[in-house]
Design a binder for this molecule. Structure first.
Ligand code: FAD
Length: 405
């Protein structure tokens, strides 16, 4: 970045290195948890950060990273047994935060596979299904996606899925479309949520993408956010899926919602990590960038923005740390996860915008990272249920009255 610093500026004492853990939350981790979090941080800083802007600009997924990503051993983090990485929800959250601190797309790739796809099987699958699918998924030998949203049904998916599941002997026939499905254009298997025409309930199915006739995926082009994640439109025309691949514990949207509760919790951590990355990027830039003969970080109005960014980051970290305790104690409720998702993603939008602002013109160029955090935040704000839908869930819990039709 020195090419944009118009002259050398030497301070009398070295400036502090940017550190987005202002309240030392890292001290909440035990030695094993800390070792994993440090390993993930080192990986993201050395392997991902140097190449990710190129992939982001090119709308491509960095397949070259997959072999080393697998070695982090974070497949099925937070789940016990079945070859999964296990560990506390606190550790799961800190890992999500570390991934997103460097790149929200890599965090999302992992969140879709390990959280949404594996989580659906872990929470709603039979013992046999868990034994069959989770070990290879934990090893990243089979990569999954999660198909709930449809072209015409997004926020209203609890009540109105149009993809149908029709029982036919020992098989099911799935017909319909899914939109926005992360990893879908290249992954191995999909969790597809469809409405059983017999009882009108939402059920989940494990569909093998590459071998199921009638199953096709088209990549969504021209996104402005999470460009590294490959999202697809899935079309299913009379796809035959065996009853053995119907999630045996997924019998209504309530079972889908259990998965979403867990992954919305994760988005709270991811959006906190995204802000941390934006804050550290902006602070480093402000310490180095000279205007009027001084680092811009020495100006009062710039320090005000940096302090507000750090306030947002720290508030979200503390909120998520408490939520992790509730989750580890088995007390996490839908409305808890929704409040965190809504609050942290809205603070994130503010933080990444201030970060972009602090880089001036360079804030809109991908090479300087701030633009990527800024754009990616928009996807996190809307996916896994929009801000409005999360607040409607909170609103129902605190008033006792549903505002949804
Ligand atoms: C990058 C990305 C990745 C995604 N990955 C996946 C994935 O892997 N799998 C998957 O299934 N889905 C995925 N999604 C879909 C995502 O969950 C939906 O985009 C989201 O739920 C919103 O649905 P929608 O886009 O159809 O918006 P809509 O539901 O059409 O909403 C549009 C606007 O209307 C508002 N609105 C809707 N209903 C109400 C109401 N009752 N009251 C007030 N406001 C309301 C919304 O808040 C929003 O602002 C992804 C989306 C994105 C952008």
């Amino acid at each position: 970045m020195t090419n944009v610093m118009h002259r050398d500026f030497t301070e009398r004492k070295p400036l502090p290195a940017p550190n987005s853990d202002f309240y030392q939350l890292v001290e909440l981790l035990n030695a094993d948890e800390l070792a994993l979090v440090k390993k993930v941080r080192a990986y993201m800083e050395t392997k991902v950060a140097p190449i990710i802007n190129k992939y982001w600009s090119d709308d491509q997924f960095p397949f070259e990273l997959l072999p080393s990503f697998k070695e982090l051993n974070i497949g099925g983090l937070g789940y016990e047994g079945y070859g999964c990485a296990g560990g506390s929800q606190k550790q799961f959250g800190f890992v999500a935060m570390e991934l997103a601190r460097i790149d929200a797309s890599m965090c999302t790739f992992w969140g879709v596979h390990s959280g949404l796809a594996m989580g659906s099987i872990y929470l709603d699958g039979s013992e046999e299904q868990k034994q069959k699918w989770l070990p290879p998924m934990a090893r990243f030998e089979k990569i999954g996606c999660f198909g709930l949203t449809e072209p015409l049904v997004g926020s209203g998916s609890s009540g109105g899925l149009t993809t149908t599941a029709t029982r036919d002997g020992d098989d099911w026939n799935l017909t319909g479309q899914k939109r926005w499905i992360g990893n879908a254009p290249w992954c191995d298997m999909s969790i597809i949520w469809a409405r059983d025409v017999a009882d009108n309930q939402v059920k989940g199915f494990i569909v093998e993408n590459k071998t199921t006739p009638g199953f096709s995926v088209e990549k969504i082009e021209h996104k402005i956010a999470l460009k590294v994640v490959q999202n697809g439109v899935i079309t299913m025309q009379d796809c035959r899926v065996p009853e053995a691949n119907r999630l045996q514990g997924g019998n209504s949207f309530r079972d889908t919602a259990r998965v979403l509760r867990m992954t919305r919790y994760m988005v709270g951590w991811a959006s906190t990590g995204c802000q941390m990355g934006a804050y550290e990027t902006a602070l480093k830039y402000a310490q180095e960038r000279l205007q009027f003969g001084k680092p811009i970080a020495s100006f009062q109005l710039v320090q005000d923005l940096l302090a507000k960014m750090l306030g947002n980051v720290t508030a979200c970290q503390c909120l998520m740390a408490r939520l992790a305790q509730l989750d580890d104690d088995g007390k996490l409720r839908d409305e808890h996860a929704s409040l965190a998702k809504a609050f942290c993603t809205s603070r994130m939008r503010e933080t990444v915008a201030w970060g972009r602002e602090l880089l001036g013109g360079n804030g809109i160029v991908a090479d300087y990272n701030a633009a990527r955090f800024f754009a990616d935040a928009e996807a996190l704000y809307s996916y896994e249920g929009t801000y409005q839908m999360q607040n409607l869930i909170v609103g129902k819990a605190i008033t006792g009255l549903s505002a949804c039709i």
